[in-house]
Write a protein that binds this ligand. Structure first.
Ligand code: XMP
Length: 327
């Protein structure tokens, strides 16, 4: 069995060869723990669950079933990438559930941010449980718990949410192959396992996804404007070398319209707000100084390419007083 806690003297994984040693040890540990039994994994496409998936696919192949729940609040191209990488390339057993309508129907007319979060979290567990019950003979649940999750739950900073929420009859034994790693180590291991850079080195993305970037009651058209403007921002940051430099960047489309002119006619449309911040621990944050020319280019692209948008604004507010997300 792999150690339950990070050994005091463990060398930080900073190189591909150190990652290789860790991978080799973990593959053995997973095989020893799981034997010929079946494992289930909720694969969000985030760094931690993706690296766990890649390790398990290598160790036990088709004994793993990954469930990817698309709650309709993912970024442009994300569900497609999960299918491409894990199903097409790595040949994983992947159950893809497009639950977009279910989530958006439940969220219709809900304006309170915490209620939105609760609905998204609760619905996610329901969909996952439904899928889990369809499978037979599953003995283990794999999770992308990492070392800071364990430390923070011990200190009472945040509940170790991963294990929570499943009903009694689905309390499987856990497989947590990256639980002694820090985030930077998980990324190196992921790269070494052949996962694409944009999956392994991606910026943080909240569980409720684009739902908290569509303030107030989520509507499909405004959500689409968030998704499309976010895709343009990510593409331009990538092109201009900011993607690896800025800690977190995204767009928000608040629920108000303003007057403008498009094609010589009056328009009455939404504004896109750009947010780009730097931080080390997300407790406080400073605002990135985006070059003015790039800002102008972003305005040009977003106002011309995103349906229903006639203005682009930049959020200059550090944390505090603003939080990073709008909700
Ligand atoms: P705030 O907005 O609190 O965000 O300054 C700090 C960091 O936490 C992320 N965040 C979340 N992550 N579920 C998550 O998994 C959430 O409900 C949530 N809310 C905020 C946010 O993206 C930022 O990185």
């Amino acid at each position: 069995m792999a150690p339950d806690r990070r050994p005091e003297n463990m060398v930080r994984i900073t190189t591909p060869s150190l990652a290789d040693v860790f991978i080799k040890e973990q593959l053995e540990a997973i095989k020893a723990q799981v034997g010929d039994k079946k494992v289930l994994l909720a694969l969000s496409g985030g760094v931690d669950s993706s690296v766990v998936a890649a390790l398990l696919i290598k160790a036990i192949g088709k004994q793993l079933t990954c469930v990817h729940v698309n709650h309709g609040l993912l970024r442009k191209g994300e569900p497609e990438q999960v299918i491409e990488v894990f199903q097409n390339q790595m040949k994983a057993n992947l159950v893809y559930v497009d639950a977009t309508d279910r989530f958006l129907d439940k969220l219709a007319n809900v304006t309170d941010p915490e209620t939105k979060r609760k609905i998204i979290g609760g619905e996610f567990i329901e969909v996952f449980v439904e899928e889990a019950r369809k499978l037979e003979g599953v003995s283990f649940l794999a999770q992308g718990t990492i070392w800071p999750d364990i430390l923070e739950s011990e200190k009472g900073i945040k509940a170790h949410h991963n294990a929570g929420g499943l009903p009694e009859d689905l309390k499987f034994e856990l497989v947590e192959p990256v639980k002694i790693l820090f985030k930077d180590e998980v990324r190196i291991v992921g790269k070494q396992l052949g996962l694409p850079d944009n999956m392994v080195f991606r910026q943080p993305f909240p569980g409720p996804g684009l739902g908290v970037r569509c303030p107030g009651a989520i509507t499909r058209d405004r959500l689409e404007a968030v998704r499309e403007s976010d895709a343009i921002l990510r593409e331009e940051f990538q092109k201009h070398g900011l993607a690896g430099k800025v800690w977190q960047y995204f767009t928000v489309v608040p629920d108000f319209k303003s007057t403008g002119i498009k094609d010589g006619k009056r328009s009455f449309e939404w504004s896109v707000i750009i947010r780009a911040v730097n931080t080390t621990d997300a407790m406080s944050a400073t605002v990135e100084n985006i070059p003015f020319e790039l800002m102008q280019h972003l305005v040009e692209r977003i106002t011309h390419e995103v349906k229903g948008v006639n203005r682009v604004l930049y959020d200059f507010t550090p944390k505090p007083t603003g939080t990073i997300e709008f909700e």
